[in-house]
Each structure stands twice: as C-alpha cells, then as structure tokens.
Design a protein around this ligand. Structure first.
Ligand code: PRP
Length: 178
C-alpha cells in the first residue's frame, strides 16, 4: 500500500493562532508559581513544543526536557507497549510539570507515561496535546490543554509522521492510502 498527501486539515496560521492561545492559558494557570518544566515526548511533539514555549512570557521560569518513548514503531496502530529510549535529564520532584504531546490517540502512551512521571513526585502534572483523536480512546486520560479535536483520519505534518515521513510539513494534512 502507498500513501500520498491529501488536503490540509489545519493550516500553519490556524496552528500558530491556537499555539498562542494555549501558551496564554498555560501562563495564566501557572499564576504565582512562575516555574514550569515542559516535558516533550519525542519525536513528534518537538515541533509543537518549540513553538509553544517561545510563546510563553519571559518572566516565567521555563525549563525544557525531553523523553523518547515509542508505542507505534513504523505501524499506524498502537501496540499499547511503551518503550523508553531516552529519559529526562533532570529530576521532576517538586516541580510543576507539563507533558507536551503532538497527538493523543488510544491514550495508552500518555497513561503509561503519566503513571511513571507521577511516581517521581512532581508537585503538579498536566498534559498539553496539540491534537486529540478522541474517537480512538481506549483508556481515559485527562488532557488539561488541547489544541484541536480531530476525526479518526490519518494525518501528518507539524511533527506527525507516516513511517518517518512528512514531519517537516508546516501544515497538517490528511494522508490518502492507495
Ligand atoms: C505518537 C504520539 C504519541 C502516541 C499517541 O507517537 O506522539 O506519543 O503516538 O498514541 P496513543 O494515544 O495511541 O498511545 P509515536 O509512537 O508515533 O512516535 P513519534 O512521536 O516519534 O512519531
């Protein structure tokens, strides 16, 4: 089976506007804490995260860390298994943590990750996702900040891939299977 790019579902301008709104919500909620650790889940979320954190106000104490996990491999269906390839560089104990994901689908990756991160005793643990494919949820996950709810269709771009391809697209597009 082959793949080709379909129509734009979310344009770069629409994404940029929503990223600003999310950053504003995050900054408002941070309130007097003024200290956040933003944890990006590689690889897809790196694109969203770098735009998001640059919209946060300068006076906020913002740290960025990454984890590398995998639940899909090169397939388009979740295996439900989360493997950790690269862990955080710094401790999150006593920190206000926001996990940033590009997409939540079955919810399995995030629910496993949140359990793991909770066991490290952060002061708070929140979730920010760009895309929510809510129809595919297999387990409940609390999403504190959500960019867009999208239908159960294969999409790529702005960090999202198809077997490693098309992460670099500025717009998010449908993929047509042929
Ligand atoms: C994607 C996404 C989430 C996960 C969501 O990662 O970034 O981590 O799938 O799916 P789920 O809710 O069904 O668990 P992927 O494994 O494709 O890795 P990538 O970011 O490197 O593309």
């Amino acid at each position: 089976m082959g793949y080709k790019l379909g129509e734009v579902i979310l344009s770069r301008d629409t994404i940029a506007r929503r990223v600003k709104e999310l950053a504003s919500d995050i900054a408002n909620d941070a309130g007097k804490d003024k200290s956040l650790v933003i944890v990006g889940i590689l690889t897809g979320a790196a694109f969203f995260l770098t735009d998001l954190v640059r919209e946060l106000p300068e006076e906020l104490d913002v740290r960025v860390d990454f984890m590398s996990v995998a639940s899909y491999g090169d397939d388009t269906k979740s295996s439900g298994v989360v493997r950790i390839f690269h862990d955080l560089k710094s401790s999150i104990e006593g920190k206000n943590v926001i996990v940033v994901e590009d997409i939540v689908d079955s919810g399995l990756t995030l629910s496993h990750l949140l359990e793991l991160l909770k066991s490290r005793d952060p002061t708070s643990l929140k979730v920010c996702v760009l895309l929510d494919k809510y129809e595919r949820r297999k387990t409940e996950v609390k999403v504190d900040y959500c960019g867009f709810r999208i239908p159960d269709k294969f999409v790529v771009g702005y960090g999202l891939d198809c077997a490693g391809m098309w992460r670099h697209l500025k717009d998010i597009k449908y993929v047509i299977e042929e």
